[in-house]
Write a protein that binds this ligand. Structure first.
Ligand code: ATP
Ligand code: MG
Length: 329
């Protein structure tokens, strides 16, 4: 079976609709056909300051959401990044292979550091390199992510290639697995920027009151004109809603456009609000269920970390050996 690996940050507690449609939905599908490793990346979360109690809670809330959205711990290895120390260890090795200018070209760093009011940490700068370690440790064939991660995947491949050339073939070169239709879900208030945990304006959070979520959809910014058509360049707002609607119902965008002919934006938004409520209400119930027994949840994560470590430790040992590190005995 081919391998997949992907991760998600526990920063905000709740995931948003972009995380689900851009990434997690693919994770759920791929666990059936792939040897899947999925992690809650708490090491990445501390690239910006986190309150310890909140981080611990959000890590469990994140794991509970993954389970509630369909990750099955019998089919996929679900774990917390900090439970597998090899991530940080290989991360260091890869940092030593990365050029300063190369890391500085990451557009996400430029965006995030420009937005951040507090002092920007070195970790925010090097985080794509740690992410490369996350992926390479598992010799992943595919990495299901949203469009915003494409550049980081390229860096991962470059670093793997560089290590292999310098020290002998050690890492598989992974490929991004990006589903075009939902690769970039846009902010409902600003349909030219991506829906994001770190810019909470027009973000539909899976764990907020479904009524509020539906209300955010009803008050989404739409475009001038009144026709419901799919035109991402000219009608970004309406097009984004059509993409979300299509993904949540399995109806194609064309079908939806035909169905809404002669109707207004208000109708579309009202109906999508209901579709969303029907989707998210049972998800929230399942999240509550998983969080009602934290010791069971922690057990799932402990088993996942054990399985992940078996794979990660092997890869790290090989890399250390190739680098010329003296065996510990
Ligand atoms: P942050 O803004 O803090 O980076 P985020 O919203 O991007 O948070 P991540 O945990 O970084 O969330 O990303 C988890 C996964 O969700 C990644 O695969 C990412 O590509 C995907 N993703 C994030 N936002 C979107 C979006 N708006 N549309 C599609 N996929 C997305
Ligand atoms: Mg992100």
């Amino acid at each position: 079976r081919p391998r997949v690996l992907s991760g998600i940050q526990p920063t905000a507690g709740s995931f948003h609709l972009g995380n689900y449609l851009g990434a997690i939905r693919q994770w759920v599908a791929l666990q059936e056909t792939h040897d899947a490793f999925y992690c809650v990346v708490d090491l990445h979360a501390i690239t910006v300051a986190q309150d310890p109690k909140t981080l611990r809670q959000n890590t469990r809330v994140s794991a509970a959401q993954l389970l509630a959205l369909g990750i099955d711990p019998e089919h996929a290895t679900l774990f917390v990044q900090s439970h597998v120390p090899e991530h940080a260890q290989l991360g260091w090795v890869l940092q030593c292979l990365t050029g300063f200018g190369e890391a500085g070209r990451m557009t996400q760093f430029k965006d995030k550091s420009a937005r951040q009011e507090a002092q920007v940490g070195v970790g925010l700068f090097t985080y794509p390199i740690l992410q490369a370690a996350d992926i390479l440790l598992y010799q992943a064939h595919h990495v299901p992510v949203g469009e915003d991660q494409r550049q980081h995947l390229e860096l991962t491949r470059d670093l793997a290639q560089r290590f292999n050339t310098r020290y002998g073939k050690t890492f598989r070169l992974p490929e991004a697995y990006i589903v075009k239709d939902t690769a970039k879900i846009f902010d409902l208030q600003d349909p030219t920027s991506k829906m994001s945990k770190s810019v909470p304006t027009g973000v539909v959070e899976l764990l907020e009151d479904p009524k509020r979520g539906a209300k955010k959809i009803r008050s989404a910014v739409t475009d001038t004109g009144r026709e419901i058509v799919y035109d991402p360049a000219g009608k970004a707002g309406v097009s984004n809603l059509l993409v979300i609607y299509s993904a949540l119902t399995g109806r194609t965008v064309d079908e939806l456009v035909a169905a809404y002919e002669g109707k207004g934006y208000g109708d579309l938004k009202k109906d999508l609000g209901e579709v969303y409520t029907d989707f998210v209400t049972p998800v929230q119930e399942r999240v509550r269920h998983y969080l009602s027994d934290v010791s069971e949840l922690d057990k799932i994560l402990a088993r996942g970390a054990e399985r992940a470590r078996e794979v990660a430790a092997k890869t790290l040992a090989r890399a250390y050996d190739r680098l010329g590190f003296l065996p510990a005995g």
